[in-house]
Design a protein around this ligand. Structure first.
Ligand code: KG4
Ligand code: ZN
Length: 342
């Protein structure tokens, strides 16, 4: 079984090929155009996808050594995401599906992140706790088995990646802000400034990061006015912001693992690349919890995780249910297809 997967939900165009459960190729074209705007511009993102999707598709076929005629099914991210970006990937997938007469599987992007650790580590034990933490999402899931899971907590305002990006912008650092804060934080003191850790001690699994933005804004105004922090002060700010975000993520995730009796934890999404987050989890992990991080290509937005969900669906759903999903999905428009009446 060869599955072609397409992911275009935000600002990465990605195409992957999975053959008998193994990823042969996972090509990701990241859009640099957004950096000068300090955040993803939806209209620019969809235009970039239009420009790169064919090249990404052919690069993926070449790398995997298969031809279009070898493809058995097409998995494509159908939600959630930026509508213009999703339309590019789903239209490309529908075109291929019709031309090759192969089934199309609409896939939820977040499901892709939840299970992405299983690409490299299929032996993770169920049930496990999954933290999905990116520029658009911060949620905790209790995962009972393949495709069976529940949301146990979410951010009530900004995502953690958004907090990294927005505070980095206030400090005059580039976009995306997470990697630059990560780099500078290694040179700074995480205890220099005490930023809030909202909801950390509340009896739930929700997060809140918008207050951090406000605290950083006031701190800069009260301490620097019109001036800019020097290098040392900037590094301390980065380390303190990072500590506030990461301690909340780690605290809530470990609490969930304890209360749900889970031995395995997976951390997924762009923010999982953060070196301090990885360190904090590795200090906390002991014989009671095992923390898994996907490698970088599977932690950012990627089509390999979409292929994996496609495979799970093919393995677990009947042919009728796949056909129904395909039909429902193909005609997900407000008007019904018109039939001529006799
Ligand atoms: O999953 P992703 O590639 O795209 C979506 O948002 O869906 O995640 C991007 C986010 C950005 O907010 C970026 O700042 C953050 O991941 N990020 C990091 C690091 N690398 C990427 N945040 C903290 N530390 C990093 N090293
Ligand atoms: Zn994502």
């Amino acid at each position: 079984m060869i599955i072609l997967a397409i992911e275009t939900s935000c600002d990465d165009t990605s195409v992957a090929i999975m053959c008998e459960g193994e990823i042969l190729s996972n090509v990701i074209a990241s859009q640099a155009i957004h950096s000068k705007w300090g955040g993803v511009v939806p209209e620019l993102a969809s235009r970039e996808h239009v420009g790169t999707i064919s090249q990404t598709f052919f690069a993926c076929l070449e790398e995997s050594g298969i031809t279009v005629f070898d493809i058995d099914a097409i998995a494509v991210t159908s939600s959630p995401g930026l509508s213009g970006s999703l339309i590019v990937g789903t239209s490309f997938a529908k075109g291929l599906s019709l031309a090759l007469n192969k089934p199309i599987l609409p896939i939820n992007h977040i499901e892709g992140h939840i299970f992405s650790c299983l690409i490299e580590n299929p032996d993770i034990n169920f049930p496990f706790i999954s933290l999905v933490v990116s520029g658009g999402h911060t949620s905790l899931f209790y995962v009972k088995s393949f495709l069976v899971y529940e949301v146990i907590g979410s951010t009530i305002d900004d995502a953690a990646g958004e907090a990294y990006d927005k505070t980095a912008k206030m400090l005059g650092l580039g976009y995306p802000g997470g990697p630059e804060i990560d780099r500078r934080a290694k040179l700074g003191n995480p205890n220099a400034i005490s930023f809030p850790r909202p909801l950390l001690n509340k009896d739930n699994y929700d997060f809140s990061f918008s207050g951090l933005k406000t605290s950083v804004r006031y701190y800069l105004r009260n301490n620097f006015g019109e001036d800019n922090p020097n290098e040392e002060e900037l590094n301390d700010l980065c380390a303190s912001i990072q500590a506030a975000i990461n301690e909340t993520l780690v605290g809530k995730t470990l609490k969930a693992a304890k209360n749900y009796n889970c031995y395995d934890i997976t951390i997924n999404g762009g923010v999982s690349a953060n070196s301090n987050l990885r360190e904090l989890f590795s200090v906390k992990k002991n014989k009671l919890v095992k923390v898994h991080f996907p490698s970088n290509q599977y932690s950012v937005d990627n089509a390999a995780m979409i292929a994996l969900i496609g495979k799970m669906k093919l393995d677990n759903c009947s042919k009728e249910s796949i056909d129904k999903q395909f039909r429902d999905y193909s005609f997900t428009v407000n008007s019904k297809p018109i039939r001529a009446t006799k």
